[in-house]
Structure formats: structure tokens, C-alpha cells
Design a protein around this ligand. Sequence first.
Ligand code: SME
Length: 166
Amino acid sequence: MYDFKPATPLPPAELYRDLVSAADALTADEPDGIANMANVAALLWEFLPDLNWAGFYRVAPAKSGADDELVLGPFVGRPACIRIPFGRGVCGAAAQSGVTQCVADVHAFPGHIACDAASQSELVVPVRRGDTVIALIDLDSPTPARFAAEDAAGIEALAALLATRI
Ligand code: SME
């Protein structure tokens, strides 16, 4: 049995250190990227309070075979938008720019895609392999301004770990 959930509320730096360490332990010996994303989505859900969605979008070919777009990956939460073009919404902005998007009020974000009406704030972090964005880690919260700089830094550390594991 895996039991990684923190026993008590931890300060963010410790929480993310433990989360990255648990993700490292779970993914180190497993070459299957989907299995690793599935377990990390479950870890995000267990470790981080006040979320209504936690998971991955992958960069993959569009159905037409044309340009790449974002395709839904493993997640915890309500069923979500399956395909998102680069540049559209919070996820599309992160994929296009390669830059973390920390959005305090999703309703104020141009083009935001509402997968769950409960979502109020969102953190999207690109996973880069070399210079290429290969996936995104997406967290949604029902609380406005749920995510701070320390959350962005913690999830960026997780993204760096996962660059060669998903
Ligand atoms: N809200 C996102 C779409 C993905 S869901 O939050 C799971 C966006 O605007 O890109």
C-alpha cells in the first residue's frame, strides 16, 4: 500500500518538498508516462488542500494531424475539456508561452475555459523537456486566489522532476 498523504498540515516549502520526493519515489523505476502522470495526479490531490481539479494536459497531434494541441491526460476531478488549441484559455497560454500561469480569478482571464463551474482560480505549469513544452500540470481551486508564488515554485520543481518521466 502506498500512503503518502501528509499527516499534518505543513508549511508550503515542506509540503512541496515532500510532494516532489513522493513523486520521485513513485516514478523513478517506471518508464510508462501515463502510469506516472496518473499517480502524480493522485498525489497532487492527496497533498494539496482546496482543489477541485488536478492533472495533466499533454502536447499531442491534433485530430486533423495538423499542428500540435493540448490533449487531456490523467487527472482527478470532473470530466474536462479534451482538446485545447495552443493560445486558448489558461492552459493554452501556458503551452504557447512556456511560462507558468498563476490566475487569481479565472473569470477575468481572457478565453478561460470553464470545465467545472466551481473553479475560481488556477495554476498551470509547463513541463519542459529541453526547450520543448511536452505537457502541463493544471490545478484548479474553488477558492479565489488559492495559488501563491510558493505554489508555483513547488509545482515547477515537480515539473522539472517529471520532464523525463512522462
Ligand atoms: N480552465 C482551463 C481548462 C482546463 S480545466 O481547468 C481542467 C483553461 O482555461 O485552459
